[in-house]
Write a protein that binds this ligand. Structure first.
Ligand code: MG
Length: 250
């Protein structure tokens, strides 16, 4: 069932989105050579809790940390670790959500650690723009398929591939609600978008094949071919005036 949010619920979701966004920005500012992903996770947890919110991911399905930090060929669900020391040239995908007032926010961004290669930078630029191409299609009256089609077209025209095994989702009182929001497809597919729907669009864009595999920890999801992957995500509301991103800076 797709939950339509009222104006007052959207206001609460904006608060959750803003805290999620600030936590993500803080995490991104901490990305530099020599820092461990566990240190970044601790910063995120401290910040979210100081706001009176709860890290959405902590304990979700048993996830052991407050954010996912996925380095280089790790696509998503990387577990922060004291053993994972960032180094110059890494690309670092951080996914973080905050729960407050009964609602979640969810957002992700891939950050450069120091100077990165030109090809890595091109991947980041394309994945980020693919997200915004998807967001542009989050218009009342469009279908979910318009979003995935826009993301896929943008990425594949640049010779990148779109991960199939993981998709975006509705967001609300639960972190993951209906509908599923694939980053691929055709405009005739999926539910019709209605004002008051809140969704997270989150393309995972690979430099090589779209295939991924999950490591033995049952979380860490890597590219099957070992090539780089980038991940960008915003939570947004569909409104009569177009998409309103809830995870933006003030
Ligand atoms: Mg998400």
């Amino acid at each position: 069932m797709i939950v339509i949010k009222t104006a007052s619920e959207l206001k609460l979701m904006k608060t959750a989105g803003r805290i999620s966004q600030r936590a993500l920005r803080l995490a991104g500012e901490a990305v530099e050579p020599g820092v461990t992903t566990a240190e970044i996770d601790r910063l995120v947890k401290k910040y979210i809790e100081e706001q009176g919110a709860v890290p959405s991911f902590l304990g979700y399905g048993g996830f052991p940390a407050s954010c996912c930090i996925s380095v280089n060929n790790v696509v998503i669900h990387g577990i922060p670790s004291d053993k994972c020391i960032l180094k110059q040239g890494d690309i670092v995908s951080i996914d973080v959500g905050a729960y407050i007032g009964g609602y979640h926010g969810d957002n992700a961004w891939t950050f450069a650690c120091g100077d990165i290669s030109e090809e890595a930078q091109r991947l980041l630029d394309a994945a980020k723009q693919a997200l915004f191409e998807g967001i542009k299609q989050a218009q009342a009256g469009n279908r979910i398929g318009h979003i995935g089609h826009a993301v896929q077209t943008y990425a594949e025209l640049r010779s990148y591939s779109v991960v199939r095994d993981y998709v975006g989702h509705g967001v609300g009182a639960k972190l993951h609600e209906e509908p599923k929001v694939p980053n691929y497809g055709v405009p005739t597919q999926g539910a019709k978008l209605l004002p008051g729907m809140v969704i997270a669009i989150e393309p995972m864009i690979n430099m090589g094949s779209h295939r991924v595999k999950v490591l033995k920890d049952n979380w860490t999801t890597v590219t099957a071919d070992g090539k780089l992957s980038a991940h960008f995500e915003h939570t947004l509301a569909v409104t009569p005036d177009g998409p309103v991103i809830l995870t933006l800076p003030d």
